[in-house]
Ligand binder design. Structure first.
Ligand code: NAP
Length: 449
């Protein structure tokens, strides 16, 4: 790891390494938070005495189970699934499910750990958790996806509940998968417990603006960072990595706020379209046809497809990593800064490596870490839970307004916390400390549990 830890925190980190061997993404996520907590222990020595940090680093519960399912030809497959219920000091465990072949315990733990602080930052009553499976949904038929989801829920249901643990989507888990998962939960429990899952369809308990929320929220946060520097998104050139749920709606909101998104990508290549990415085409390819992004050039001959292209080499004013963890390294960060990039906001979780973060911070550009910048998704999930609890359904405009207010608040809280701890403009420190303090105070109040 690149930054040295405070002497009180180094032994805690060594213990995390020792207890969680081989889980490099989890180590990275813990280190990034511990790097900023030194001043907190000076101001709040009781948190050291009560071993709050050690307790936060150990999940309350980790569930690992087998998911057997049959493909369309009758062949049996076995996947492994996880649900890590990390921290419930502020509310029921809340965090998405990820379906991707790279999933293993270390990925779910990094995501669950980040989720604790992100959820605290929203100011809403939600704890932190995360789940997923090494199942690869690519190339599977709808029936295969359904059988997999039903088999997964046949075990998972016993650990969930609107007051216990409330999953949502993430990479590889969108509206279709949530439908199958929720349907099986309803069938097994014989309860229409809407608040047990978020990201549901609008006709069966979902919230308007939830699909858009993470991408929109990331752009609202970017706008706030620019405003704090006397600037705005108007007229800015933007690149967005990924072309999934977060990326698509980040592009939509960036366009609405007067910026021009000129590049996006998937795991095989990138599209550069200097005239501006055409969102209708992108949505059709990704949300309806479920094809590779290379298909974009069939509709726009003036766009360029670059197989395995590095999206961070495309000159831009604003970069929004919206694909996956560690997709932007130190070299990429240097390239962005040298090309004049003034703001980076993370729609994805932990997309920038520790080396990349140092480059952005040294260059003093506006850098919004995922915990803060992409918290709009889970915040709107909590709004979905509120609507479910009151059997209400809000309008799109009202829900979007609530989302925007939450993002403005998160920005303000991160900014002010960073300033209070002598690091004005450092959103990493601001987000970590602000989120940590909310959780730590609640844990402290509840005793040694
Ligand atoms: P998604 O709809 O499945 O889209 C993921 C996108 O990222 C796809 O374009 C995918 O390309 C690309 N991608 C995935 N793995 C990749 C890899 N290893 N290398 C390169 N590209 C890769 O997922 P999503 O919901 O947008 O999530 C994207 C990120 O946002 C994740 O980090 C997630 O944790 C985070 N996030 C999501 C939400 C939410 O509400 N959905 C909330 C907060 C944070 P392919 O199709 O080629 O794989």
């Amino acid at each position: 790891m690149t930054v040295k830890l405070d002497e009180k925190l180094e032994p805690i980190f060594q213990d995390v390494l020792h207890r969680n061997p081989g889980e490099s993404e989890f180590h990275q996520a813990v280190h990034e938070v511990l790097e900023t907590l030194g001043p907190v222990l000076v101001k709040y020595p009781e948190f050291a005495d009560k071993k709050i940090i050690q307790r936060i680093c150990e999940p309350e519960r980790q569930i690992i189970f087998r998911v057997p399912w049959q493909d369309d030809s009758g062949e049996i497959h076995i996947n492994r699934a996880f649900r890590v219920e990390f921290n419930s000091a502020l509310g029921p465990y809340k965090g998405g499910m990820r379906f991707h072949p790279s999933v293993y315990l270390g990925i779910i733990k990094f995501l669950g750990f980040e989720q604790i602080f992100k959820n605290a930052l929203t100011g809403l009553p939600i704890g932190g958790g995360k789940g997923g499976s090494d199942f690869d949904p690519k190339g599977k038929s709808d029936d295969e996806i359904m059988r997999f989801c039903q088999s997964m829920m046949t075990e998972l249901y016993r650990h969930l509940g609107e007051y216990t643990d409330v999953p949502a989507g993430d990479i590889g888990v969108g509206g279709r998968e949530i439908g199958y998962l929720f349907g099986q939960y309803k069938r097994i429990t014989n309860r229409y417990e809407s608040g047990v899952f978020t990201g549901k369809g609008l006709d069966w308990g979902g919230s308007r603006a939830r699909t858009e929320a993470t991408g929109y929220g990331t752009v609202f946060f970017t706008h706030e960072m620019l405003k704090a520097r006397g600037d705005s998104l108007e007229g800015k050139t933007v690149v967005v990595s990924g072309s999934g749920n977060v990326a698509i709606y980040a592009i939509e909101k960036a366009h609405e706020l007067g910026a021009k998104v000129i590049a996006c990508s998937d795991s095989q290549g990138m599209i550069v379209h200097e005239r501006g990415i055409d969102l209708q085409t992108l949505k059709r390819i990704k949300e309806v046809e479920r094809r590779r992004i290379s298909a974009y050039t069939e509709y726009h001959k003036d766009a360029k497809y670059v197989e395995d292209g590095n999206i961070w080499s495309v000159p831009c004013d604003v970069a929004l990593p919206c694909a996956t963890q560690n997709e932007l390294n130190g070299k990429d960060a240097k390239m962005l800064v040298e090309n004049g990039c003034v703001a980076v906001a993370e729609g994805a979780n932990m997309p920038t490596t520790p080396e990349g973060i140092i480059v952005f911070q040294d260059a003093k550009i506006a850098y919004g870490p995922g915990k803060a910048a992409n918290a709009g998704g889970v915040a709107t999930s909590a709004l979905e839970m509120q609507q479910n609890a009151s059997r209400d359904s809000w309008t799109f405009d009202y829900t979007q307004k609530r989302l925007e207010e939450i993002m403005i608040d998160i920005h303000k809280n991160c900014y002010e916390t960073a300033a209070e701890f002598g690091a004005e403009g450092n959103y990493v420190l601001g987000a970590n400390i602000n989120g940590f303090l909310r959780v730590a105070k609640a844990m402290n109040a509840m005793g040694v549990i």
